[in-house]
Design a protein around this ligand. Structure first.
Ligand code: 9MR
Length: 872
């Protein structure tokens, strides 16, 4: 939920600058003539389809039904003088008998109608006062104020009053609502993980912090540590640390000097839902398929987009932009990139690769029937099903054999012109166009398809072979055309995603092809690369990204079985840990604990994904070494993403008390049209972008400190969009964090107290003596099984995990009383919500049904929390 004050600001219909900017007037003269209509209608004008009159002191117009565009009905005033660089405040009061989002423009009065202010404003039946502040970009002796009120299906009456435009002063300073100065991870903290927060205060000496539980009982107290002025926020801050508290519970708060944080949880399951929601984002973004209410709920269900039903022009027969080729491609499917309806091979590659890597890292946790996707229960892990949706799109973008540039991939496919917000994917009438092939896209395809090939091998060998062929064909084409770069100015109707350096894409693709095939050609391309053993090039400061992909190859070489020699493996692993050391130091150094410190504090477009990608490097280093300092930096990074930050916002919808909810999206556009949904839970906002790269950010955030250059506003696409390549590392990290539970996630042989040591007699979670009864009823092609697990020891067993392997092809299709995941022949059963602890002498029962072809046998070996059980 959004903080009450912030929500109130937005609900006032005061979009854009008005949400938190005061005052609503700017110093300078009134520039509107007769804004209160006390002297009739002069000098106001209107389009001839809406004759307007003054009624009860307001100017009212009857707008007919069925106009198409906002500008098909306008009320306006001309002759408004504006001076470049000066600040103006516009306000007005309006009502509409049928709710409508109008366009309020201050603009050039002639073609090309360049706007100084262009705001969608929601107007309803009750007169609402709307305010905007903007800074003029150009001198204009006679600008136009235009209320564009067309585009409604229904006829309605629009009334206007108290129109005021004042200005000519310095732009006001934006004052975001940041709520409490005490900043915490609003979701919570893992039981055994680090627990720290930040407080904004003028104090220069230590203050007392107090941790309370949900009942208000004081649980712990201590002293803050003054940190001086944090350069990313320009706030004077202290930090506090309550890591010693390990008592699970909801509703904890921290208080400093009478100011109290948002509530949070301490516990081990806090990241369970985040992983699944972050992964569900990809199903929501699917193109070419109906989004099923049974899987996402009514609010998010929708018809298939770009599936060839009018007015869509379909993605199954897409021609080349500017007639640059004479073939068409069937490129239906795939994921929409972001809030737009473009589909980009470059960005698709890294996104699908990071999902595949989440699966490859922990396939046992991410088997079939773990996600809400239509393919659930088909015997293939759901994450692979989701990845296949995109892999099929990537391979469909390959230039056909026999054509010039055969084997290369088209860079992207998108609308001929940008569409406005909202535009439903199934209502987008724009022509769709293939943009020219590029080496970067070709290598994205090669890398992602090579990785997919090795992961699909177990489930669909024919498909795996197809992927490998596509990958090898793409590689050969990239070698033949190593420097075909996308045009950085090709950004009409879709993003450019241009990339002037593809040595990193070569390294990544060679790494994946080598891991999958072991072939000498790819080994040579990896170890002979100029990037080999160059930590700074593989892992640039500021993080890897869609334009810097070598890290994806290095991470997989370091963590996935492959044919490098021991010495080479040591080299690439050292690159990972060296990079992670740098990011851990950045987390340690910063008052907000995040492992991201770009040069000159320049937070980039999508900075939250850069934070997360650095966390991926840290998590890999933790996996490789078991060193908890890496884990801690990942977790303090999550704290930043989920609320411990200069704006006191959780950047993930649905998580935390002050979560963002107005990300730039053409369907999840509730801020513009209340009948549309907000983004679904688990959607990551791009985050602060200190370069201010959209008009709303430019008009509002001028002078912002880098980590505060963000607005939860739907039109601020450079700070507040969603994209597949940002949610992918969120999903990766959520899976990692969920897997940590309350310990360090790996057995440390040097640590006698390691909770992962199954022989630690002091650890109540270590496997106790147990006995398993496993009884199956079988019929041709199927079975139904009941399992009983009894605790035969004398200590309670909590968070139990029973694991076994089938000797044959049995597939579990549904289950009850436990959560079951299956990866190949390996099965793990975990507690349902109500049977997490098995007391001494007690049992839990659970069951499942499944299918099998051919012979089937009951397993006869089981482990409980890592130790062997007896069989009954
Ligand atoms: O994420 C991209 C960011 O790194 C670039 O700086 C920016 C401008 O080129 O584009 C971003 O990608 C957008 C893409 O071009 C179009 N779809 C939405 C993407 C996220 O905003």
């Amino acid at each position: 939920m959004l903080g009450a004050a912030l929500a109130a600001g937005l609900a006032a219909g005061a979009l854009a600058a008005s949400a938190a900017v005061t005052p609503a007037t700017a110093a300078g003269p009134e520039l509107i003539d007769n804004g209160g209509f006390s002297s009739g209608t002069t000098p106001w004008w209107w389009t001839e389809n809406i004759p307007s009159t003054v009624v009860d002191g307001r100017l009212c117009a009857d707008v007919p039904a069925g106009t198409t565009n906002p500008w098909d009905a306008i009320i306006g005033q001309d002759g408004i003088p504006l001076a470049a660089g000066e600040s103006y405040a516009l306000s007005f009061t309006a009502s509409a008998t049928t709710p409508i989002t109008i366009r309020t423009n201050v603009q050039l009065a002639v073609d090309p109608w360049t706007t100084e202010l262009a705001s969608p404003d929601a107007i309803g039946a009750t007169p609402t006062t709307v305010s905007h502040v903007f800074t003029a970009g150009a001198d204009n002796d006679a600008a136009q104020l235009a209320f564009q009120i067309g585009g409604s299906d229904a006829a309605y009456t629009f009334c206007l009053d108290d129109v005021s435009l004042t200005g000519g002063a310095e732009p006001p300073v934006y004052e975001p609502d940041t709520g409490s100065p005490v900043r915490v991870n609003q979701v919570g903290y893992l039981t055994e993980g680090p627990k720290s927060g930040t407080v904004v205060t003028d104090a220069t000496t230590a203050r007392t912090w107090t941790l309370h539980d949900a009942d208000g009982t004081e649980v712990a107290t201590g002293s803050t540590v003054p940190q001086g002025v944090d350069p990313t926020s320009e706030q004077n801050v202290h930090t506090f640390d309550f890591s010693s508290v390990t008592e699970p519970g909801d509703g904890y708060t921290v208080t400093v000097d009478g100011e109290t944080s948002e509530p949070f949880t301490i516990g081990d399951g806090i990241y369970d839902g985040l992983r699944d929601d972050a992964l569900a984002f990809f199903y929501h973004q699917r193109s070419g398929i109906e989004i099923d209410a049974d899987l996402v709920g009514e609010e998010y269900a929708r018809p298939a987009g770009h599936a060839n039903a009018a007015p869509n022009q379909g993605d199954d027969n897409v021609p080349c932009w500017q007639d640059r080729c004479d073939y068409t491609l069937d490129a239906a499917g795939g994921w929409y990139d972001a809030g737009d309806h473009g589909k980009y091979v470059v960005n698709g590659g890294i996104s699908v690769a990071q999902l595949l890597s989440a699966y490859e890292r922990d396939s046992a946790e991410l088997g079939d029937s773990t996600l809400a996707v239509p393919e659930r229960g088909n015997g293939v892990p759901d994450l692979l099903d989701e990845a296949r949706w995109e892999l099929d799109f990537l391979t469909s973008m390959q230039v056909p054999a026999g054509e010039e540039l055969a084997g290369m991939a088209h860079h992207k496919l998108h609308d001929a012109q940008w569409t406005g917000l909202p535009t439903m994917p199934w209502e987008d009438p724009q022509p769709r166009e293939l943009h020219p092939p590029s080496t970067a896209a070709t290598l994205n395809l090669a890398a992602a398809a090579a990785q997919g090939a090795r992961l699909f091998e177990e489930y669909d060998a024919a498909y795996a072979a197809e992927l490998l062929t596509a990958a090898e064909t793409a590689w050969d084409a990239a070698i033949a055309h190593p420097a075909v770069l996308a045009d950085p100015t090709d950004g009409t109707g879709g993003g450019a995603y241009s990339d002037g350096n593809v040595s990193d894409e070569f390294f990544w693709a060679a790494s994946e092809l080598f891991i999958t095939t072991g072939a000498a050609e790819y080994r040579q391309a990896v170890t002979g690369s100029e990037l080999w053993n160059d930590t700074a090039a593989l892992f640039p400061n500021g993080g890897f990204s869609w334009g810097s992909t070598a890290a994806l190859g290095a991470l997989d070489l370091a963590t996935v079985d492959n044919g490098l020699t021991a010495g080479e493996l040591a080299t690439v692993r050292a690159n990972v840990t060296d990079a992670a050391d740098g990011f851990a130091a950045q987390a340690e150094q910063q008052a907000y604990g995040l492992p991201y410190l770009p040069d000159d504090y320049a937070y980039v477009w999508g900075s939250n994904s850069q934070v997360l990608n650095n966390m991926v490097v840290l998590a890999a280093a933790h996996d490789l070494t078991g060193d908890t300092e890496y884990r801690d930096a990942v977790l303090t990074g999550l704290d930043y993403i989920l609320g411990r930050n200069p704006l006191n916002l959780s950047y993930v919808t649905g998580y935390g008390e002050r979560d963002v909810e107005n990300q730039h999206h053409r369907f999840w556009a509730n801020q513009l049209d209340a009948s549309l949904p907000h983004p679904p839970a688990g959607s990551l906002a791009g985050g602060p972008d200190s370069s201010l790269e959209d008009p709303v950010a430019q008009d509002t955030l001028g002078g912002c400190a880098p980590a505060m250059c963000y607005m939860d506003h739907i039109e601020s696409y450079s700070t507040n969009e969603v994209t597949i390549n940002w949610n992918a590392p969120l999903a990766w990290i959520a899976a990692y964090a969920d897997g940590l539970g309350g310990d360090d996630g790996g057995e440390d042989p040097d640590d006698p107290d390691d909770p992962d040591d199954p022989d630690d007699p002091d650890d109540p979670d270590d496997p106790a003596a147990c006995e398993v009864s496993y009884v199956s009823n079988r019929w041709s092609g199927g079975f139904s099984t009941q399992v009983t697990v009894r605790n035969t020891g004398d200590t309670a067993i909590s968070a139990w995990e029973l694991a076994w392997s089938f000797d044959d092809a049995q597939r579990i299709t549904n289950h009850w009383n436990s959560v079951i995941t299956q990866s190949g022949r390996d099965v793990t059963a975990r507690p349902a919500a109500w049977n997490g602890t098995i007391q001494p002498g007690s049992s839990v029962n659970f069951g499942f049904n499944g299918t099998v072809s051919g012979a089937a046998a009951d397993p006869d070996a089981f482990t409980l929390n890592g130790g062997a059980c007896d069989t009954a």
